[in-house]
Ligand binder design. Sequence first.
Ligand SMILES: NC(=O)c1ccc[n+]([C@@H]2O[C@H](COP(=O)([O-])OP(=O)(O)OC[C@H]3O[C@@H](n4cnc5c(N)ncnc54)[C@H](O)[C@@H]3O)[C@@H](O)[C@H]2O)c1
Length: 331
Amino acid sequence: MKRKILITGGAGYIGSHAVKEAVRFGFEPVTYDNLSMGHSWAVQAGPFVKGDLADRPGLVKTFQKFKPTAVMHFASHTYVGESVTDPQKYYRDNLTNAMNLFSVMLEKKVNFFILSSTCATYGNPVQVPMPETHPQNPVNPYGDSKLMLEKILTWYDRAYGLKSTFLRYFNAAGSDESGKIGEVHDPETHLIPLVLDAAMGRRKNITVFGQDYPTPDGTCVRDYIHVTDLAAAHFLALKRMMETEKSDFFNLGTGKGFSVKEVIAEAEKVTGKKIPVQMGTRREGDPPELVAQADKANRVLGWKPEHSSLKNILETSWKWHQAYFGKSKKA
Ligand SMILES: NC(=O)c1ccc[n+]([C@@H]2O[C@H](COP(=O)([O-])OP(=O)(O)OC[C@H]3O[C@@H](n4cnc5c(N)ncnc54)[C@H](O)[C@@H]3O)[C@@H](O)[C@H]2O)c1
């Protein structure tokens, strides 16, 4: 019998790719999503429950009906900038919704949990590449709310035996090679879809924030990890956690960074279009370089990013972007 996993936020960008990967890894996904940001068409496998994490009775019913053996938790608010202007939203929802989920897991004796965590839990880098042991001093409520969840879960393991794996993503990017699911955020804040919007003429240009960073070409450097590789890591981590019954934490990145200018140049090659660029000043809180030390996931989980060349990230994103956004003109 296939093992069922509850995937919160399975109708969102990364969650929908995890739903698809679940089947490949021999699990049966059950999506729980309120569609505040996600899309029902993105759920390509398994049952879909439209529900909010704030609705505890709804969660209990879902656990009773599907009897999952593990939970992968993608559902949260995800905008760093918004978390600074509206911290209440981030602490209230990202924390209390997750606490609801944990309480139902404890009640139903579901003991395995995977957390979508982030490099934003580290804050400003004191060393690059950043290892998992890097100090965690978040500089915004978004990263802080995720760090709080990591701390809560560490205590829950001690007290209740709830095992969890924290996966600290760097920059998720790319789309499933089928071209059927991909990145659709509204508003969109991520570099690659914005660059592709400019390539398609859905926006006038792309603004590069800051050219005077201490990086080779002066623009910010980030570690882009393909969403299919990201999704696969969740199942390797889950399998290992179920075998060892131990909690753990991993960076998910490639260990190699690309500057904003490099991303734009590669996007011009892939799309065959000239991308109009406007130079802007630095944005507050943008570190020059965020790159993962990524060997732990490889060593312990046998995880190897296979889809994460910048070229493939841009090619799969472009295929998706044209298919999904091709019909409308403006972003
Ligand atoms: N995208 C990245 O680069 C990145 C990097 C680091 C960490 N993360 C984390 O990964 C996770 C997924 O990110 P994403 O980019 O796929 O986001 P997303 O917004 O595309 O997906 C989140 C999903 O959760 C759902 N959701 C939100 N609140 C809910 C609630 N209260 N009840 C039920 N469903 C709810 C939304 O409808 C959406 O489908 C998030 O936890 C995010 O913090 C993302």
